[in-house]
Design a protein around this ligand. Structure first.
Ligand code: GLA
Length: 510
């Protein structure tokens, strides 16, 4: 009898093992596992929501980059910037992509160098079909590998690939081919898929790229639509299980700060995007922002829940009248994020319970209001929250009365460039500094092995700033030498890996 039971038990154990191993296999296929990119939702700026195709040009991108730095957005973590469908390249007679020098006089490589020198990362755009949406630029269809090589040569760090003019194409196949092209080109790149949910990318795209649009466009150029923003929120909320470090649902770029929205709508919108761990790609005119827009876009406490290393997408856990209670977003220090969104035209009074955020009912809790920047507590039992019409309360709830911020990495440059004389032995040094604008010091960044013999990199630390000292030993033949440096780190409280840090080193031997 015992033997017979054993005979049944063993095969079941094997079957269960096989089932669990299969269920877990998607996580082992994440693209981000290899490149370490976008382990928190990408932050940056793209021109489309405000400007459409016009007047995108080099001046707009450079002025916006300067505004991004000046406004404090760079210090808050916004880093990826570049033309969207900015009519920035065409295909020449030989099939090769070439920069549109009338609009971008520095050329697309020159624009990338300009951004990298300011500690920003370079974002570009193309399409998986025959042409881009306005048909003003060539799409990648039939040129996937050569186009991804061109993007790598222009030093793009992020590429958004649209889905216009793709009749007869299959999203998974088309985007996988583009992924293969990016890997063949050899430059680490954040891949933003933009099929507006066509082909259900949340089911397969974690192996292909780092983020995928889940919805239709949030607005037409210059026309923020609150109704469309709410529609995108509803659709994206349902997909929460698909998101995590390196693979994000993208309900589209931000409309915060565009004309037609009230301050409460700007705050509510931004809170929802933070709560959903959505990419924070601003879409407003950064050169002309009100103080209120800057305050909302740079609220580091709100950004902290968006950039949390655990990467959980929050969801609606219950409703109280018209008010939505969003939770289910555990944070790296054991605290929990909670959002009360009141879309109604009357104030809402909501009792937040410890159970809403998974704490036992008797736990004394501290509550941090991320818009008022105030901590209250310890509270025993429920906490009453009053929310004005159309507004939000964005809270962090913890058993401890400290609310640390996760890392926000800000570099002074993402490029070190050297010039040397041919066959002249020399040692040249340039430093890149990398600061953590979150709480606490980080461990030392670890530089990946495998640098070329002419380059060595050491890292040293002083408080929240780490310095990468790049030493180039020359005595080399005439020519151009290039290396991409990768460094890795872990967030100390959670022990989770942080997004890999990459920068370019160029050596011109003349
Ligand atoms: C599509 C995308 C937008 C934008 C435009 C550019 O509509 O969804 O985000 O990139 O194309 O034409």
């Amino acid at each position: 009898m015992k033997l017979a039971r054993m005979a049944i038990v063993i095969p079941i154990a094997i079957i269960l093992f096989v089932i669990f191993a299969t269920a877990e296999s998607p996580t082992t296929k994440l693209r981000a596992d290899a490149d370490g990119l976008a382990l928190t939702p990408p932050m940056g700026w793209y021109p489309w929501n405000e400007f459409g195709q016009e007047p995108q040009n080099e001046t707009l991108i450079k002025e916006t980059a300067e505004a991004l730095v000046r406004s404090g957005m760079k210090d808050a973590g916004y880093v990826y910037i570049g033309p969207d469908e900015g009519i920035c390249f065409s295909r020449d007679a030989s099939g090769k992509l070439t920069s549109n020098l009338a609009r971008y006089p520095s050329g697309l490589r020159g624009l990338g160098d300009y951004l990298h020198a300011r500690g920003l990362k370079y974002a570009l755009y193309t399409d998986a079909g025959a042409r881009t949406c306005s048909k003003a630029m060539p799409g990648t269809k039939g040129h996937e590998f050569e186009d991804m090589k061109a993007f790598a040569e222009w030093r793009a760090d992020y590429v958004k690939i649209d889905w216009c003019n793709t009749e007869g194409q299959n999203p998974e196949q088309a985007y996988s081919k583009l992924r293969d092209g990016q890997l063949a080109a050899g430059r680490p790149i954040v891949f933003s898929l933009c099929s507006w949910g066509d082909g259900e990318p949340w089911k397969w795209a974690a192996a292909v790229g780092h983020l995928w649009r889940t919805t239709a466009d949030i607005c037409g150029p210059g026309k923020a639509s609150w109704a469309q923003a709410m529609e995108n929120t509803g659709a994206n909320e349902k997909l929460c299980a698909a998101a995590g470090p390196g693979h994000w649902n993208d309900p589209d770029m931000l409309i915060t700060g565009m004309s037609g929205l009230s301050e409460a709508q700007n705050r509510s919108f931004f809170s929802l995007w933070c709560m959903m761990a959505s990419p924070l790609i601003a879409g407003n005119d950064l050169r002309n922002m009100t103080a209120s827009t800057i305050e909302i876009l740079t609220n580091r406490e709100a950004i902290g829940i968006n950039q949390d290393p655990l990467g959980v997408q929050g969801r609606i856990v219950r409703r109280d009248g018209a008010a939505e209670i969003w939770a289910g977003k555990r944070l790296f220090d054991g605290s929990q994020a909670l959002l009360v969104f009141n879309p109604a035209s009357a104030p809402a009074q909501v009792e937040v319970t410890p159970g809403d955020v998974g704490f036992e009912e008797s736990a004394p809790l501290y509550v941090r209001d991320l818009w008022k920047h105030e901590t209250t507590g310890p509270h025993a039992g429920n906490v009453r929250v009053t929310v004005a019409p159309g507004d939000v309360a964005l809270l962090r709830i913890s058993k401890a009365d400290s609310f640390p911020l996760p890392p926000i990495i800000v570099a002074d440059s993402y490029r070190a460039d050297f010039r040397a004389r041919v066959n002249t032995p020399q040692e040249l040094i340039k430093a890149i500094t990398v600061r953590n604008n979150g709480s606490g010091a980080l461990p030392l960044w670890k530089v990946r092995a495998g640098l070329p013999s002419w380059l060595s990199v050491t890292v040293s630390q002083s408080g929240s700033t780490q310095t990468f000292t790049n030493t180039v030993s020359t005595g080399l033949a005439k020519g151009h030498y290039h290396a991409v440096v990768r460094a890795d780190n872990r967030e100390p409280l959670s022990g989770l890996p942080m997004s890999a840090l990459y920068y370019d080193v160029d050596l011109e031997v003349e």
